[in-house]
Design a protein around this ligand. Sequence first.
Ligand code: ZN
Length: 323
Amino acid sequence: MTADEARSVLAVDLGGTNIRVAVVSTSGALTHRRAIATDAKDGHPSVIRRMTGLINEVAGDAGLPPMTPVGVASPGPLDPHTGVVLFTPNLPGWRDVPLGPSLSDGAGRHVSVANDGNCAVLGEMRFGAARGATNIVYLALGTGVGGGVVSNGQLVDGVRGFGAELGHTVVALDGPRCTCGGIGCLEAFVAGWAIGREGELVATTADGEAILAAAGDGPVTAGAVAAAAKAGDRAAVAILERAGHALGAAIGSFVNTFNPEIVVIGGGVAAIGDLLLKPARRAIPQYSFVANRSCMRIVRSSLGDDTALFGAAALALGTSALS
Ligand SMILES: [Zn+2]
């Protein structure tokens, strides 16, 4: 075993599609990466059994000692104190599932579980774009919109750990319906599904030609809207400007509430880039105090697809005597 392996943890990313496991060292080296299909339809006992198997295989391959802890980034809402997943739309049939205790029994290791947004902000602080910062807001713009907040070096997640659901911050009282049942949430403007929905509405009008062409034979997705916008289609650009404006309003509120030094934006939708982020930056001054925004910068995530793995590793390191 090398010195670096002796200071490593097992990181697990439980996603709706794949389970990914890797070894991450305190210096941020990610090795022994493995992935299998989640197959959530087989039910949670099967998923947890296969997760446990993969954790044990990776630990064996890496020669990790039994005291090496495991961090798990899971869809939420979940209770990070008990490791119980309450329910999650990404994993059908999961309700009050004791994910942490079951993995701990199966792997014989200390297991920490947190929702992926909270893991991600810890990962960005320890390994990513927010390294060195202690007041951080993280937003994941993806299929849904996740978030995480670190204030004075501590995760802000509330009495039961359900907090920092930044995607469900209301930015329009009469706005569109959100997947959470609420109205006018940030997610209902800027999530992949929300941009796709706006694209679909426009696609039925005379302005929708370019978006329809970008979608081809498939459904109108956020990717089709982004492709049409990049080609200069004004209707597609307008959809992204509206989404960006909502994002800027939300960031303005977060800046006023948390006074972060850095706002990190990750997730697949963030890859749309300036067509989304420029309108957001333009909107922020309308929704924030100048004193608060003048000490803050906005950056893209530097961890990319591995954000959840690095976040899970940061979570495990936070509870480890090795950290
Ligand atoms: Zn919502």
